[in-house]
Ligand binder design. Structure first.
Ligand code: ADP
Length: 639
């Protein structure tokens, strides 16, 4: 244990030797005989206890000075015979008095009291230290809390605003307040130049928004290095002022690009910035950088949006964009006009807003099927649109509809023309055919004549086929001869395949038929569906290899019948597959060169199937064979 030191106040100095002689070895003592000596001694010495020898005379001392110094030091009073002056007693009230000894005293009594006083002293000083430490910790905690609160408030306000000027002003204001600096500034980099964007000067109440080009070498240094700068010497800064201390922190985007600096400076007062303030300012700078990045992204998105809006506004096509759940999101002016869409439609489902079943079915289809589908949409005023619907991953669906009314009209006129011409051609052709066939009956023909007649007949057959196909396609598309009724597709497939067996055998080929046990009912026109099957089977035979095979198959699920005709023939390349359903398209290849055909068979197949609300497709590998399949709705058996 350290040694203790006591101070004895004794105006007569008479008691002092006695006290000294009774002190334990580890205690030293000094004495004062006047009040002012006592105060000086208390100031100069580290005193652990004070002994006051008091008489009936009032204490001659500056009591205010004495009281404040005795507040934390234990007191022992020694009282002379005559007692203590009441004024003195009054002055001692509230001080840490340990005990009173009447004079003369015994050494044991004094030592017991002294020991008690020294223990009290130790406790008092510990208590004082703890309370001082607590006060200091509390003060620091409060300051930190206030900083965190400011950082949090800045963060919150920054995150909730996209007005960049306002955000920057708030950031500068908070930085100045938190660091108690005189001025604050934000400098941003634009290309290879720096601009002061916000400046808060001590002579102004509010920050000023600026766009002043600047050359601030410290700012450049912070931007280039990405590290803060804290200077405590005279420095010239962006605003042209000379400052005494400066703290610049970089504004870094989440991608770690430094886009500018946030700075605080002191021009007049000689105050140093602390590491602590550097951290706090860096946190605020992070918020500011995020806000700047958000604002940049927002304005980029806005620009993109308004560009998209302009495109949609000016597009002649009817364009509808939906989200993944088919809720309307964007549409063009044309779409708004034809489907009567107003701003209330946004967010509503296609089904609820668009009163055209063709469009609704189009959207239904994509949900189940491939990424892009087409449909024709006929408006009530007669206009016709060709709609193409695309699924855009992570966005939804986009329907683009082009008006094809005039094309439809042209198509109709062309079909009518072809129909009329074909019809008018058929009569004289039949006559020619009849006479050519009669030629050998009116007299014997020589070999060359017979050859010529056969060639003429073959060409006549081709023209007749062509004309009858043309007439067919015209009629099918116009919807003539398409009376529908319930029919059994399985039976139609069987009889058609059986009828083709003879032709197949003549080519050395077989036809296999695979049908389910139960009936397959559909709603359709038997003559036209038979024509579909005829065309597919005859193609499978025509474009086959010697001793090849043809397989005809029908199957169904809960809603559809699928009929397929497969062959082991020459196959079709992917490019040709895309075009073979077009009118007059024929594959040009050495294998098909000698095969007769009009190029209309598959166009007829497609027209008929589509008139039955079905679809047709092909799967084929060049050199291996093809499968043509079509799908029709399955219906209930008739009552
Ligand atoms: P065509 O009268 O020429 O047979 P289609 O419209 O029936 O006309 O067929 C168009 C073209 O498709 C044919 O010319 C042929 O090249 C090709 N094609 C059709 N069916 C098959 C098949 N089963 N195998 C290979 N190619 C075929």
């Amino acid at each position: 244990m350290d040694s203790n030191h006591i101070l004895i106040f004794d105006e007569t100095a008479g008691t002092f030797p006695k006290i000294i002689s009774s002190l334990p070895g580890d205690v030293t003592a000094a004495y004062a005989t006047t009040g002012s000596d006592l105060v000086t001694a208390l100031d100069e010495q580290a005193v652990d206890a004070v002994v006051l020898v008091l008489s009936s005379k009032a204490l001659d001392a500056d009591l205010h000075a004495l009281r404040s110094r005795l507040e934390h030091i234990p007191l022992i009073l020694m009282v002379e015979d005559g007692g203590v002056s009441p004024a003195t007693l009054n002055d001692l009230i509230g001080l840490p008095l340990q005990g009173v000894l009447p004079l003369p005293f015994s050494a044991e009594e004094f030592n017991a009291l002294l020991e008690q006083s020294l223990t009290a002293r130790e406790m008092l000083s510990q208590g004082k230290e703890i309370s001082e430490a607590l006060t200091e910790t509390n003060r620091r905690l409060n300051a930190r809390l206030q900083e965190i609160n400011t950082v949090y408030t800045v963060g919150k306000s920054v995150a909730s605003s996209l007005d960049i000027d306002e955000v920057l002003a708030r950031v500068v204001m908070a930085s100045v307040n938190i660091t108690q600096a005189e001025d604050g500034v934000i400098i941003l980099k634009e290309g290879d130049r720096l601009f002061v964007r916000v400046s808060k000067r001590m002579e102004h109440r509010f920050p000023q928004r600026l766009h002043d080009a600047t050359t601030d070498s410290v700012a450049w240094q912070v931007i280039r290095s990405g590290r803060p700068a804290m200077l405590h010497r005279e420095t010239k800064i962006a605003t042209g002022l000379v400052v005494r201390s400066l703290l610049y922190v970089p504004l870094q985007t989440p991608g770690a690009d430094t886009i500018g600096i946030l700075g605080v400076v002191n021009r007049l007062k000689d105050a140093r910035f602390t590491e602590h303030q550097l951290f706090t300012l860096s946190s605020i700078a992070d918020f500011a950088a995020i806000a700047l990045e958000n604002a940049r992204l927002f304005s980029a998105v806005e620009a993109e949006r308004s560009r998209l809006g302009a495109i949609l506004e000016n597009a002649v096509e009817a364009i509808i964009v939906t989200d993944a759940a088919d809720r309307l999101w964007l549409w063009s002016e044309t779409a708004a006009e034809i489907f009567g869409l107003d701003s209330d439609a946004r967010g509503q489902s296609v089904g609820a807003c668009i009163d055209y079943s063709d469009v609704r079915e189009l959207f239904d289809k994509t949900l189940q099927e491939e990424a892009m589908v087409h449909a024709e949409v006929e408006l009530r005023d007669g206009r016709v649109y060709n709609a193409q619907l695309t699924t855009v991953p992570d966005v939804g669906r986009v329907a683009v509809m082009q008006e094809i009314t005039h094309l439809k009209e042209l198509d109709r006129l062309k079909s009518e023309f072809v129909s009329t011409v074909s019809h008018d051609l058929r009569t004289p052709l039949t006559t020619i055919q009849g006479y050519v066939e009669l030629l050998d009956r009116v007299g014997p023909l020589n070999e060359r004549q017979t050859d010529f007649v056969n060639r003429a007949l073959s060409s006549l057959n081709h023209i007749t086929d062509l004309i009858s196909d043309l007439l067919d396609i015209g009629r099918i598309e116009a919807g003539y001869d398409l009376e529908m009724k319930a029919l059994r597709m399985d039976e139609l497939v069987r009889t058609t395949a059986e009828a083709a067996v003879v032709q197949a055998q003549s080519q050395g080929m077989g036809i296999s038929v695979d049908l389910p046990d139960g009936p397959l009912w559909t709603w359709g026109n038997a003559r036209r569906l038979r024509q579909v099957l005829d065309n597919l089977i005859s193609n499978a035979l025509k474009y086959n290899r010697p001793e090849g095979w043809v397989g005809v198959r029908a199957e169904c699920d809960d809603e559809h019948i699928v009929v397929s005709v497969s062959d082991s023939g020459i196959g079709i390349s992917a490019e040709d597959q895309a075009q073979i359903f077009e009118r007059f398209y024929r594959v040009q290849s050495p294998e098909t060169e000698d095969v007769q055909g009009t190029g209309l068979g598959l166009a007829i197949v497609k027209s008929v199937v589509e008139k039955h609300k079905g679809r047709v497709w092909v799967e084929s590998t060049l050199g291996e064979g093809s499968t043509f399949a079509f799908l029709l709705p399955l219906t209930n058996p008739p009552a």
